[in-house]
Design a protein around this ligand. Structure first.
Ligand SMILES: Cc1cc2nc3c(=O)[nH]c(=O)nc-3n(C[C@H](O)[C@H](O)[C@H](O)COP(=O)(O)O)c2cc1C
Length: 89
C-alpha cells in the first residue's frame, strides 16, 4: 500500500484480500493472511518488485491443503455473532 495512504485505505485492502480469500475457498485452495510479513519486509522486498514508496500491510500464503497433515484439519471455534456485533434498532 502506498505510504501516502492512511488507515482507512487499509480497509480497501482488507476487502480486496477477503474477496481473493473467498475465491480461493470456492476453488478449494487454502490460504492464510500473514500480517507478520509486514514486520519483516526486507526478504519480501528482495523477492518481490515492490516500489520503495509502498509499505507492506499483509502477505498471504496459499496452496492446496495437505489433508494428511492433522494441523490442516484443525477447526477453530468461532464466537457467536451476538458476542461481537451490536445491532441498534
Ligand atoms: C489481516 C490478517 C493478518 C494475519 N496475520 C497473521 C500472522 O501474521 N500470523 C498468524 O499466525 N496468523 C495471522 N492471521 C490469522 C490467520 O491468517 C488465520 O486467519 C487464523 O489462523 C484463523 O484461521 P481459520 O480461519 O482457518 O480458523 C492473520 C489474519 C488476518 C485476517
Amino acid at each position: 500500500m502506498p505510504n501516502t495512504m492512511n488507515r482507512a485505505n487499509a480497509l480497501d485492502l482488507g476487502i480486496f484480500l477477503q474477496s481473493i480469500m473467498l475465491l480461493f475457498a470456492e476453488r478449494g485452495i487454502g490460504c492464510i493472511p500473514q500480517g507478520a510479513l509486514a514486520a519483516f519486509p526486507a526478504p519480501v522486498k528482495r523477492l518481490c518488485d515492490i516500489p520503495a514508496e509502498n509499505g507492506i500491510v499483509v502477505g498471504m500464503s496459499f496452496g492446496y491443503r495437505d489433508t494428511r497433515e492433522p494441523i490442516n484439519e484443525m477447526k477453530q471455534k468461532r464466537r457467536d455473532l451476538d458476542d461481537i456485533v451490536s445491532f441498534a434498532e
